[in-house]
Write a protein that binds this ligand. Structure first.
Ligand code: SF4
Length: 207
């Protein structure tokens, strides 16, 4: 009974989703399921996703549904999930569930946050800690336009850091030194551009 009640509670966790790309090679190592969330408390000048900053309702999806969708992409070569935004740690509780589910299925988790890891740990928030505990790779720190850089893959400005929080990946993995890539998709009259490092324009929607 306790387990059933716990399971029911988990299914109620939802993520306010700005964008999903089910398979991309431009948002972390290998092919990845990329999930952008809506809402960010930061206002970095030159933010590449300005339409994702306001905390407003976009598309509500359960953590279970998102995790199942990502796990289904394993058969297409997807090795992990990337969480972007917006600010993933503003929805830490539901995203920790997504991350836990996909990692249990063998996928890795990469998170891009505007907070530094020190700021996240200082919050002493159990949901933030839970998402950190399910994160293999963390890119942290505000985007600083005046320190914009393309020198490191997947990292937008020199102040940002890539943390290897588990042994899932190694710094000498040659994929981390490969050039950045940008992907352009057109589907149902909508154009999506994602990847790095289009200065000031990482993920855009149009149509
Ligand atoms: S933390 Fe990221 S999403 Fe938020 S304003 Fe800065 S660059 Fe944009």
């Amino acid at each position: 009974m306790t387990d059933e009640r716990s399971e029911a509670t988990q299914t109620e966790r939802t993520v306010n989703v700005a964008l999903v790309i089910e398979r991309t090679g431009a948002e972390g190592p290998g092919e990845r399921y990329a999930l952008w969330v809506q809402g960010c408390p930061m206002r970095c000048a030159g933010c590449c996703n300005p339409e994702m900053l306001v905390f407003r309702e976009r598309e509500r999806r359960t953590a279970r549904d998102l995790a199942d969708e990502a796990i289904a992409q394993r058969s297409h070569g997807v090795e992990g999930v990337s969480l972007l935004g917006g600010e993933p740690f503003s929805q830490a509780e539901a995203l920790a569930e997504v991350a836990e589910r996909v990692r249990a299925a063998g996928l890795s988790v990469m998170v891009y946050t505007g907070f530094t890891i020190e700021e996240l740990r200082a919050q002493s928030d159990p949901h933030v800690d839970a998402l950190l505990a399910q994160t293999d790779l963390l890119v942290d720190g505000r985007y600083e336009r005046e320190r914009h850089s393309t020198a490191r893959r997947w990292i937008g400005s020199d102040n940002q850091r890539l943390h290897f929080l588990t042994d899932r990946y190694r710094e000498d993995d040659p994929r981390f030194a490969a050039p950045n890539t940008v992907e352009i998709r057109m589907k149902n009259g909508r154009i999506t551009i994602n990847g790095w490092p289009v200065h000031g324009a990482k993920t855009r929607l149009g149509g």
